[in-house]
Design a protein around this ligand. Sequence first.
Ligand SMILES: [Zn+2]
Length: 236
Amino acid sequence: MMEFRSLEDLLDLQAVDLEIDRLLYQRQNLPALEQYKIAAAEVAQLDVLITDVTGRIRENDLVVDRAEGELTITEIKLEQEERRLYAGGLSARDAEHLRAEVDMLRRRISQREDEILALIDERELQDAEAADLDGRRSVASTTQGGLENEIATAWKAIDGDIARAEVRKADIIPLIPAELLETYEQLRPIKEGVAIGRLADDQCGGCHLRLTAAEQSQVAKSDPPRCPHCRRLLAP
Ligand SMILES: [Zn+2]
């Protein structure tokens, strides 16, 4: 009878172990975890795009600075040449030469101004792109943060359930003989978590196969009793 009592305790232990298995599975397979991965990947992808557009903005600014610097130099040069031209006292040939130079400088200034305007237009587009990306990143990041909280809350609840199950498990374990416990621990990983079944309606509770009367009396005589079909422990 002691043995039967131990088998009953082992069934209780298995129920707790199966619950812990279920809780651990639940912990690792929260729907929010998958959503979190998607949100985190989106944030990371947006960060790449933001880095890219920020780099292009910086480059554009450098090009604008350079073009503006060149424009200023050309404007100063134009002013000097115009002053020389208007001061007069030049030979017709030199005046002609200087007029051509002034025309060339004016064309260059106009060209530079057009270039700078195009760069400023480009910069506006880049600013709009950056603002759009920042907005999307902010939404994705908020989603990610919300999911993080959701996961933390769910994990806390599950961990509480696991801790309570572990307490029940610790209460049951001392009731079971060490040898039987060892057999149970060896069988559980290779029997989908079910190391012991109850014999009911002539069926093994583990593999659900039928046992003949002869097999049942054989099982009752063996220590510990095990199913002849699946070799699980069998509680009568
Ligand atoms: Zn069986």
